[in-house]
Design a protein around this ligand. Structure first.
Ligand SMILES: C[S@@+](CC[C@H](N)C(=O)[O-])C[C@H]1O[C@@H](n2cnc3c(N)ncnc32)[C@H](O)[C@@H]1O
Length: 215
């Protein structure tokens, strides 16, 4: 996500210390202690936080969210959105890169992973950077619980087609695949992200799949 450099980013992140996990490696194997019996859900590339905000309100009693984002100016906005709502107690943030997930989470620790409008990296020489590239899918597979689930949505059809091949190659079973989420039965549970709002308003249909590691 490209953004104009924000002023005072580090001060504003510091002001969100109640939701910012600065030492995620120390939580490895212990994240469920924060969850209060709720499912542990990870959003990778949370952007400005609309999705995690909506999901946290909708699933106050049954899900606990960790939202990860690599751009500090962007995660700062997501943190501010969450801390502005005092009723939310089920969101934390990691300002970091998905590559480092194995340093932060123990195998089998995560119940759900959400990839929303991840960067498509359209050039094939950049395929390894896509968050649905098989090396990333291997990481997620190891971190997901035995009955864990991954949800992926994107407006980018070539990226989606690439992912439809990549998930089964990496040992996942696909279900609930749609090329038009907003006109599908799955839309009833859908929480819209910032990119999703922008691109569907421009006439793009939204692709979405559900993936479960084969055990
Ligand atoms: C296209 S934006 C989508 C943002 C948001 N999920 C949405 O749907 O509106 C992709 C986001 O993923 C973040 N991102 C990309 N690669 C990442 C990585 N390796 N680890 C964490 N975040 C990443 C980017 O910084 C960017 O904010």
């Amino acid at each position: 996500m490209r953004m104009r450099k924000k002023k005072h980013t580090e001060d504003r992140i510091l002001a969100c210390e109640s939701v910012n996990i600065t030492n995620p490696e120390e939580y490895m194997g212990k994240w469920h202690e924060l969850c209060g019996g709720r499912k542990l859900c990870l959003e990778i590339g949370c952007g400005k936080g609309s999705f995690v905000y909506g999901m946290s309100k909708k699933h106050k009693d049954d899900r606990f969210f960790v939202a990860m984002e690599v751009v500090r100016d962007v995660i700062m906005l997501a943190m501010e959105k969450i801390t502005a709502d005092e009723e939310i107690d089920n969101v934390r943030f990691i300002a970091g890169d998905a590559r480092d997930l194995p340093k932060f989470f123990a195998p089998g620790e995560i119940d759900e992973i959400y990839l929303n409008f991840s960067d498509p990296w359209p050039k094939s020489r950049h395929a390894k950077r896509r968050l649905t590239y098989r090396a990333f899918l291997e990481i997620y597979k190891n971190l997901l619980a035995p009955d864990g689930v991954l949800y992926f949505k994107t407006d980018n059809r070539p990226f989606f087609d690439f992912s439809l091949e990549e998930f089964p190659e990496a040992g996942y079973e696909l279900s609930d695949v749609t090329f038009d989420l907003h006109n599908s039965p799955y839309n009833a549970d859908n929480v819209v992200t910032e990119y999703e709002a922008t691109f569907s308003a421009r006439g793009f249909t939204i692709n979405r799949l559900v993936a479960r590691p084969k055990r």
